[in-house]
Design a binder for this molecule. Sequence first.
Ligand code: URA
Length: 229
Amino acid sequence: MRLNAYLARAGVVSRRGADELIKDGRVLVNGAPGQLNTFVGAHDRVEVDGKPVAKQKLAHLLLYKPAGVVTTASDPQGRRTVVELVPREPRVVPVGRLDADTTGALLLTNDGQLAHRLAHPRYEVEKIYEAELESEPTDEALRALAEGVELEDGRTAPAKARRLGPRLIELSIHEGRKHQVKLMCAAVGHPVVRLHRSRYAELDLSGLAPGEWRELSFAEVETLRRLPE
Ligand code: URA
């Protein structure tokens, strides 16, 4: 991973602060001054002001994101962020994004390799959403959601869509485009009024209340690592 991300994940400074340290020549990688584009692997030795940067224990947390909290590490508008709901150490970042008004399952980790893998469309992590719609969807609308709808950035991949109640549907998608579920539902004539992610890969929210988090078990992390390509 990039040197600034490495320093941020190690809890030394924020990513921007890391850029300043690097530019000031205070960061050495294997004895040589690090550059902004230096890549750091598990076996590299990183020092700041001559002190070795301790490798952080990997953390994988599942958060039940409540509404009104933004999915970012820091918000310029000063809104509450998801990272404020989990322990500060080790520093973790969200994998992917839920809109501020969306609730549900959000993974946070400092495991850069896994985060990168999960965020890559090739791995097709299944995400299940419950969407309350403005109006009762027709069978045709559900079929269109499942077959794929045309959005500005192209057609959506096949999905699973089923009715849970008169205005409530469950949508299972593998992509992670910005505002994807809201855009898909709006495109078939049924804007979303409430959105909840009930599952991320094999992880559901059982045992968690909004705002609560838990650590993933070793077996859960291994399952995420072994998701098929
Ligand atoms: N799709 C959306 O529109 N919003 C989310 O928060 C997640 C998926």
